[in-house]
Design a protein around this ligand. Structure first.
Ligand SMILES: CC(=O)N[C@H]1[C@@H](OP(=O)(O)OP(=O)(O)OC[C@H]2O[C@@H](n3ccc(=O)[nH]c3=O)[C@H](O)[C@@H]2O)O[C@H](CO)[C@@H](O)[C@@H]1O[C@H](C)C(=O)N[C@@H](C)C(=O)N[C@H](CCC(=O)O)C(=O)O
Ligand SMILES: Nc1ncnc2c1ncn2[C@@H]1O[C@H](COP(=O)(O)OP(=O)(O)OP(=O)(O)O)[C@@H](O)[C@H]1O
Ligand SMILES: N[C@H](CCC[C@H](N)C(=O)O)C(=O)O
Ligand SMILES: [Mg+2]
Length: 481
């Protein structure tokens, strides 16, 4: 495609060279540049793309989009923009000829429940015969392929590559998790969502957003590019969101009547039973996922499918047919009278929800193993410690993904919360050893909750990433007993 066509809808100034040249591809990382490419310089948090212009040109870049002027080799076109992340998103969409326009997009944002909600929507739309893709934390699912996802929401250019694949496979719907990082960093700029879903807003990611207000405003951006908003009005920030947007809203709730609402909720170890209400219609739902929070996820999924014209009968069947979501409330029977649950709770609210759910049916004790991720919001650590200790008989503090941080230092941040509650606890930094200890402590009727890493099959340490498949490790320990 010609550079001038790529730049057609982007405010820019040509500093040097011509835009009448053919572009073979786009890269935002100099290491991915090939002959004839357009290289987009991004000033990032760790590095500055402008420092790699020479590398990009050596690898064959013919044109550069930049924010800062500097010396450029001859023969290269230099284009200045005000915001290169925005330019990357718009240029990538233009280069691939707007593939997302062929797919109906449903975006899900909120602190917790995004992944689960996308799986529930997929289950409903699948049974209606649609070809449905998912982009999210666990993986990017396109057709029969599950592509590894390193981000919850991919970079804008990578998104356009994925949409192109969907176009080829004649995908009807793409259900995507839209993280607050992606909204702030313009990964989803230029996309148009059929509906946007807001699940909830609780403490997380303040390392990145700094204030709760900024975090809220990042989430709000999804509704600037959605046709309909699906909003949880039991959540304080959901109500605030509703007051701040001008598009049509479908509300959902459990505590009060909303457009779509749940009544008669009953939670057991394996199911959440409730009545789904919409206008005068009612359906009894047996959702094979325990937890009041999963009723909310089901309501979000139902409301978005209602907005797509799906019948309540199909919604009921789709919700009841779900096979579970990897690493979310996944139950492993120990064969010794106690159970082990793997769950992705990595925020205070997530941890509180899963532990309260377990407390609703546990016969014996709740033993919780958890840690906190390194290089992430430090303010949640003490609070998670307190939540775990309060809602468990025994809390075992261990490591999550320490990343560049010292695991002991992360644990030191968690401990004041645990100690405050004055209950039995252990500190075992090695996660495998921590799981072993919990399993050795397990007695008839106990539930051991292994929180934080869910579907992840690795652990990110300072200098390396090691294999860490929690499900496999738990089964191995149980088999060796
Ligand atoms: C804070 C954040 O989100 N950062 C993301 C951001 O990094 P950045 O723009 O700061 O990039 P950088 O590393 O400073 O480099 C700047 C530029 O120089 C380029 N570069 C760099 C080196 C080189 O040799 N050549 C070169 O061209 C880089 O490609 C980049 O374009 O853009 C990068 C490229 O897309 C991302 O990989 C990176 O994700 C980091 C690693 C990350 O951990 N992000 C997490 C926090 C995240 O995004 N999480 C959310 C939310 C999860 C949730 O739901 O809770 C997610 O959506 O996954
Ligand atoms: N609606 C909800 N409200 C509160 N907690 C929830 C909700 N749904 C799930 N959880 C808890 O949060 C954990 C993560 O759920 P899920 O993966 O669906 O959220 P997510 O928003 O996709 O998370 P991430 O930000 O990591 O992508 C679950 O394992 C569960 O403990
Ligand atoms: N999407 C979340 C996932 C956290 C999962 C937890 N295991 C951790 O590593 O902190 C994040 O990137 O903050
Ligand atoms: Mg997710």
């Amino acid at each position: 495609m010609k550079l001038k066509d790529i730049m057609m809808n982007i405010n820019h100034t040509i500093l040097k060279g011509t835009s009448d040249k053919e572009i073979e591809g786009i890269a935002y990382d100099s290491r991915a540049v090939k002959e004839g490419y357009l290289f987009v310089c991004i000033k990032g948090f760790k590095a500055d793309g402008h420092d790699f212009i020479n590398d990009a040109v050596k690898k064959g870049a013919k044109a550069i989009i930049l924010e800062k002027e500097g010396h450029l080799p001859d023969g290269v076109t230099a284009i200045k923009v005000g915001d290169s992340r925005m330019a990357l998103a718009l240029a990538s969409a233009a280069f691939f000829e707007h593939p997302s326009k062929n797919v109906k997009l449903i975006g899900v944002t909120g602190t917790n429940g995004k992944t689960t909600t996308t799986y529930l929507i997929k289950s409903i739309l699948d049974r209606c015969g649609y070809n449905v893709s998912i982009l999210g934390t666990i993986s990017n699912i396109i057709g029969n392929k599950a592509i590894d996802a390193s981000r919850t929401t991919p970079e804008s250019y990578d998104l356009q590559v994925l949409f192109s694949e969907m176009r080829q496979l004649k995908t009807h719907y793409c259900i995507m998790e839209v993280s607050s990082h992606s909204l702030e960093l313009k990964r989803v700029a230029g996309l148009s969502f059929n509906s946007g879903i807001f699940t909830n807003l609780t403490r997380d990611h303040l390392d990145f957003h700094e204030t709760f207000e900024n975090y809220f405003n990042a989430k709000l951006k999804l509704f600037k590019s959605s046709k309909t908003a699906i909003i949880n009005i039991d959540d304080e920030y959901g109500r605030k969101m509703k007051d701040n947007i001008e598009i049509p809203v479908i509300t959902y709730a459990e505590k009060e009547r909303a457009d779509v609402w749940a009544t008669d909720v009953e939670i057991t170890a394996n199911f959440s039973k409730f009545i789904l209400n919409y206008k005068e219609e009612k359906k009894e739902i047996m959702l094979p996922m325990p937890g009041r929070f999963n009723v909310y996820n089901a309501l979000a999924a139902a409301a978005s499918c209602i907005s797509e014209g799906i019948s309540l009968e199909d919604i009921k069947k789709g919700l009841e047919e779900i096979k579970g979501v990897p690493g979310r409330s996944e139950v492993i029977d120990s064969g010794r009278g106690f159970t082990v649950i793997i769950d992705y709770a990595h925020t205070p609210d997530g941890l509180e929800n899963i532990l309260n759910t377990v407390r609703e049916y546990v016969q014996g004790r709740v033993i919780t193993i958890f840690g906190c991720g390194g290089d992430r919001d430090k303010t949640k650590r003490t609070i998670m410690g307190e939540v775990a200790a309060k809602l468990s008989e025994i809390a075992i503090v261990t490591s999550d993904n320490p990343r560049s941080e010292d695991p002991e230092a992360i644990i030191k941040d968690i401990l004041p919360g645990v100690i405050k509650i004055n209950k039995e606890y252990f500190v075992i930094p090695d996660r495998k050893e921590a799981i072993k200890r919990a399993i050795n402590l397990g007695k008839e009727g106990d539930v051991i909750v292994v929180a934080g890493k869910g579907h992840e099959t690795y652990q990110v340490l300072k200098d390396k990433t090691i294999d860490f498949d929690e499900k496999q490790i738990i089964n191995e320990i149980l088999n060796q007993m």
